[in-house]
Design a protein around this ligand. Structure first.
Ligand code: NAP
Length: 286
């Protein structure tokens, strides 16, 4: 039986640290971090994510400002709002909830967000900084995964790490963070040949594909650490990961559940990034 990595607990710890630091800064300087959350249209999943982010802001003592724009918002209108938020000294972090409606180019929006307020760490400048290991903001999901691995107490240095998925927001930065901690990293994707033979080599396996129950017991090494980033909604409405938890759990040493694994970490790391942005924009705190 594997040890379960409790993402709810680890994320609660991260948020509590952020809350405590926020209170200290508030008592000292009378200011709180402020996050602007922009949502365009009526995507129900986006609405849930935005509500969760606002709730997390309350928990840690941040201000949050929601900007809900209609489905038919033009790219120019959204760019204008981003520009206004960039210039607003009372806003420390800007988050535009993705996906945006099809008339809007998400890359143009990401590029327009000031890199200093880019708490998702999607801006090319921040992505570049991740490559060279000189970063203020880490992308929230991969950074959350790193926290979960650290929570196991397992050393990454020298371990064979396999990441399945090469997206810009999860797979690629994930691989880079593991590399920065001296893991020997392999990135797999839909064109990888004989995927099971690669994943079976992994001491640490990170799965970010978006296919329910894709990773089965025969694909993992006995005693591996398995982190399941996947979030898939089944027909019965239940949430499930990319890893077949029931099969894999008995074979590995550590595993994250879905829900309650990586999901809560993403928001906790967003809070951490917003606090970092706040401190960097108010240099007298440094
Ligand atoms: P994505 O952009 O769709 O990327 C999926 C990746 O998986 C691609 O690189 C794709 O390869 C690869 N892939 C697909 N089928 C494969 C297969 N059969 N074998 C090997 N690789 C395969 O997805 P994403 O944004 O990275 O998200 C991945 C999952 O994580 C989704 O379930 C998403 O909901 C979840 N997620 C969770 C959180 C969280 O907070 N928990 C945050 C972000 C994402 P190609 O590049 O070759 O197409």
């Amino acid at each position: 039986m594997a040890n379960i990595i409790d993402g709810k607990q680890v994320s609660a710890n991260v948020k509590e640290q952020v809350r405590q630091e926020t209170e200290i800064l508030f008592e000292k300087y009378g200011k709180r971090p402020a996050l602007a959350v922009v949502i365009v249209g009526n995507n129900p999943a986006s609405r849930v994510y935005v509500n969760n982010k606002k709730k997390a802001c309350e928990t840690v003592g941040f201000q949050s400002f929601e900007y809900a724009l209609p489905e038919d918002t033009s790219q120019e209108e959204l760019l204008e709002l981003v520009q206004t938020l960039n210039e607003d000294k009372n806003i420390n972090g800007i988050l535009v909830q993705l996906p945006v409606p099809k008339q809007i180019d998400d890359k143009a929006i990401i590029n327009a967000i000031s890199s200093e307020k880019d708490v998702d760490a999607f801006h090319p400048e921040n992505v570049g900084k991740i490559m060279i290991g000189d970063y203020a903001f880490l992308p929230c999901t991969p950074a959350g995964v790193m926290e979960l691995i650290h929570a196991t107490g397992i050393e990454i240095a020298g371990k064979k790490c396999v990441v399945i998925g090469r997206s810009n927001i999860v797979g690629k930065p994930m691989a880079m963070l593991l590399l920065h901690e001296s893991g020997t990293v392999t990135i797999c994707h839909s064109r990888t040949q004989d995927l099971p033979s690669v994943t079976r080599e992994a001491d640490i396996l990170i799965v970010a594909i978006g296919k329910a129950n894709f990773v089965t017991a025969d694909m993992v090494k006995t005693g591996a650490v398995v982190i399941d980033v996947g979030m898939n909604r089944l027909e019965n409405g239940k949430l499930c990961g990319d890893v077949n938890f029931a099969e894999v759990e008995s074979k590995v040493s550590w595993i994250t559940p879905v829900p309650g694994g990586v999901g809560p970490m993403t928001i906790a790391m967003l809070m951490k990034n917003t606090l970092t942005a706040f401190k960097k924009q108010n240099l007298f705190f440094e």
